[in-house]
Design a protein around this ligand. Structure first.
Ligand code: NAD
Length: 358
C-alpha cells in the first residue's frame, strides 16, 4: 500500500531540499503516492494567493503534509503562509525534537530534548490593538475602570490561554512521551507573575499529569528554564510550553544541537492530521545553487515515517543521517569547520551519501 501524502515543495531553497528529502525517504522502500501542490510564490503567480484553498483541501483529504519552506510575501496581507496553514487545519501541537548527532559542531554532546509548543493561543493568537485606535482607547478606559494603571500611548497584545488549549497540548506531550519511551515532561511558564494565563496553564498541566503515572512531571519558571537549558540541557526530556515560550525554546534548543540545518519539526492536529517541515525558512539567496543542507527536511521526513508507524524505516533514515554526519565528509558548508571549506558538498550529494548508508 502507498501512503497518500500532500507534498508542498515550497519556494526559495524549498524544492531542492524537498527533492533530496523525498529521495531519501523513498529509498527506505516505503511507498508514497504524492499529491504535489504549489504554495508560496508559484501559487501566488498562478492563483493570486500563496495558499489556495485546494492545497488545504488536499491536506484535509490525505491527512498528512510534507512541506518545504515558504517565503512570506511582503505586502500581500499574508502574515505567514506557514502560520495560515497551522491555523486553517488547527494544527495545535508544534513538535521539535532536538538531538545531538555526534560530529555536529556544537557546544554540547548529550542533548535529546523534544519541545512541544502550543500553536494556537497565547500572545501569538494575533489579538492585537494598534496605538491610538478606537479599540485601544476603549480598552484603556475599561482597564482604568478596573484600577489598572495604563498609559495613553500604548499598543496592546492580548494573551489568551484556555483550559481546553492547555489540556490538549499537555495531554499531547504526555502521550508523545509515553509512545516514545520518554521519562519526564517539564511544563514551562511564568505562573508566579501571570497568574491567570500562565497560572492556568500550570494548574491544568498539573491536573493532566496525574493521569499519567510512570512519567515524571515537573515545572520550571521560564527564565530559570532557559538558564538551565544553556547550563545543563542533558537533564531535560520533553518540554511543554505555551506558544511564545515554545517559539523561543525551539530555536534555543536547535542552537544547542547544531542549528537550523539539522532541526526538523512537525505540526500536529486532531485525528492525527500533521504537517512535517524543517524549522528553517526559504533562504532565498541560496535558491537553485545546490548548496544548502537538506538534513533538516530529511529528518522531518523521518518524523513523518514515525508518525505513519513505519518505525523501522524511520530508524534506517536516522542511522544513515547519523553516519553521514559522524563521517563529516559528505556534508554541506554549514557543517564544515569553516563556511568556505572547499570540501563541502551540495544538497543532492548529501542525499546520495545518506542513501548509500541505508
Ligand atoms: P531562513 O531560515 O530562510 O534563512 C536564514 C539563514 O539561515 C540563511 O541565510 C542561511 O544562512 C541559513 N539557512 C537556512 N536554511 C539553511 C539550510 N537548509 N542549510 C544551510 N543554511 C541554512 O530565514 P529568513 O532569512 O529569516 O527567512 C527567509 C524567508 O523564509 C522569509 O520569507 C520567511 O518568512 C520564510 N520562513 C519560512 C519558514 C517556513 O516555511 N516554515 C520558516 C522561517 C522563515
Amino acid at each position: 500500500m502507498a501512503y497518500e501524502i500532500t507534498l508542498l515543495p515550497g519556494d526559495g531553497i524549498g524544492p531542492e531540499v524537498m527533492q533530496a528529502a523525498r529521495r531519501v525517504i523513498e529509498a527506505t522502500g516505503v511507498k508514497f503516492d504524492w499529491d504535489i501542490q504549489d504554495v508560496g510564490e508559484a501559487a501566488l503567480a498562478e492563483h493570486g494567493t500563496p495558499l489556495p484553498d485546494h492545497v488545504l483541501d488536499s491536506i484535509r483529504r490525505t491527512g498528512i503534509g510534507f512541506k518545504g519552506p515558504i517565503t512570506t510575501p511582503v505586502g500581500t496581507g499574508f502574515r505567514s503562509v506557514n502560520v495560515a496553514i497551522r491555523k486553517a487545519l488547527d494544527l495545535y501541537a508544534c513538535v521539535r525534537p532536538c538531538k545531538t548527532y555526534p560530529g555536529v559542531r556544537g557546544r554540547y554532546e548529550d542533548v535529546d530534548i523534544v519541545v512541544v509548543r502550543e500553536n494556537t493561543e497565547d500572545l501569538y493568537a494575533g489579538i492585537e490593538f494598534e496605538k491610538d485606535s478606537t479599540e485601544v482607547r476603549e480598552l484603556v478606559q475599561f482597564l482604568r475602570d478596573k484600577d489598572s494603571v495604563v498609559r495613553d500611548d500604548v499598543g496592546i497584545s492580548i494573551k489568551p490561554i484556555s483550559v481546553f488549549g492547555t489540556e490538549r497540548i499537555v495531554r499531547y506531550a504526555f502521550d508523545y512521551a509515553r509512545e516514545h519511551g520518554r521519562k519526564k515532561v517539564t511544563a514551562v511558564h511564568k505562573a508566579n507573575i501571570m497568574k491567570h494565563s500562565d497560572g492556568l496553564f500550570l494548574a491544568v498541566a498539573r491536573e493532566v499529569a496525574q493521569e499519567y503515572s510512570g512519567i515524571e512531571f515537573e515545572d520550571r519558571i521560564v527564565d530559570n528554564m532557559f538558564m538551565q537549558l544553556v547550563q545543563r540541557p542533558e537533564e531535560y526530556d520533553v518540554l511543554v510550553l505555551p506558544n511564545l515560550y515554545g517559539d523561543i525554546a525551539s530555536d534555543l534548543c536547535s542552537g544547542l544541537v547544531g542549528g537550523l540545518g539539522v532541526a526538523p519539526g512537525a505540526n500536529v492536529g486532531a485525528d492525527g492530521m500533521a504537517v512535517f517541515e524543517a524549522i528553517h525558512g526559504s533562504a532565498p539567496r541560496y535558491t537553485g545553487q545546490n548548496r544548502v543542507n537538506p538534513i533538516a527536511c530529511i529528518l522531518s521526513g523521518m518524523l513523518m515515517l514515525e508518525h505513519l508507524g513505519e518505525k523501522e524505516a524511520a530508524r534506517q533514515v536516522d542511522e544513515a543521517v547519523a553516519a553521514v554526519i559522524a563521517e563529516g565528509k559528505s556534508v554541506t558548508y554549514d557543517m564544515k569547520p569553516t563556511r568556505d571549506d572547499p570540501t563541502a558538498v551540495g544538497t543532492a550529494q548529501v542525499a546520495d551519501a545518506i542513501i548509500e548508508k541505508m
